[in-house]
Write a protein that binds this ligand. Structure first.
Ligand code: AMP
Length: 225
């Protein structure tokens, strides 16, 4: 499965709920890049500038980092958060999954009004090592400024500021939206009467969660508890 949507649409929050509720492993592209930044690898050095400037990492690097990890999981269920983000990444992923006879089951596209997203991003605090996110208005940490699980300090992401956010939205419109439109024409190979991509709209992750759970239960009956 893939979860798509513009920056701040709640991909991370909703993926974490999917992981907890359905027990599916999540691969989060941004978290993998932030791990590389924290560990000062070559990829991390490149990612630091790219992320700060609201740009995207090269397709081939992302395919190696994220796409191949998913492909190596074979028949197991997984959810990719933040990958693919360009038509090139989607083509590489779909082609590799097709060759392996494990095509995608479901692509979820989160639709959240852009007018409310900047405020959400500004109120977002992150536990960088785990990727856990909090929102000061509707999902605050139990103790101010500290992660609920580890008690470690929360941080502002370097790219969660109005200037970088604008660049991230621009790159979403230029690179990711055309990819979403292309995926919209795909059918689900396990049930060709259904489209592969499902749009889920709402102003909050709490409003979207029941729709997401229902979509997964419908497409993946083996996951229903
Ligand atoms: P995220 O945590 O998903 O918001 O990602 C943070 C940043 O990491 C993005 O704004 C991009 O700069 C970079 N990034 C994450 N995923 C990808 C991807 N699939 N392709 C290129 N760059 C990515």
């Amino acid at each position: 499965m893939l979860i798509l949507g513009c920056p701040g649409s709640g991909k991370g929050t909703l993926s974490a709920r999917v992981e907890k509720h359905f027990g599916i492993p999540i691969i989060n592209a941004g978290d993998v890049l932030r791990w590389h930044i924290a560990h000062e690898t070559d990829i991390g050095r490149q990612a630091r500038d790219v992320i700060h400037n609201g740009q995207l990492m090269p397709d081939s690097i992302m395919m190696q980092l994220i796409g191949e990890k998913a492909i190596s999981m074979g028949d197991h269920d997984w959810l990719l958060d933040g990958f693919p983000r360009t038509a090139g990444q989607a083509d590489m992923l779909l082609q590799a999954l097709h060759e392996q006879h494990t095509p995608l089951t479901l692509v979820v596209n989160l639709r959240v009004p852009e007018s409310i997203i900047l405020q959400r991003i500004l109120e977002r605090w992150t536990h960088i090592p785990s990727g856990r996110v909090y929102n000061l208005s509707y999902n605050p940490p139990q103790r101010p400024g500290l992660d609920d699980v580890t008690g470690e300090p929360l941080e502002k992401r370097d790219d969660d500021n109005p200037d970088t956010f604008k660049l991230r939205i621009d790159s979403f419109h230029a690179k990711t939206e055309p990819m979403i439109e292309r995926l919209r024409s795909e059918r689900c190979v396990y049930d060709p009467s259904r489209p592969l991509l499902v749009d889920l709209a709402g102003e909050t992750s709490n409003a979207i969660w029941p729709k997401l759970r229902a979509a997964i239960e419908e497409r993946c009956p083996h996951l229903v508890k």
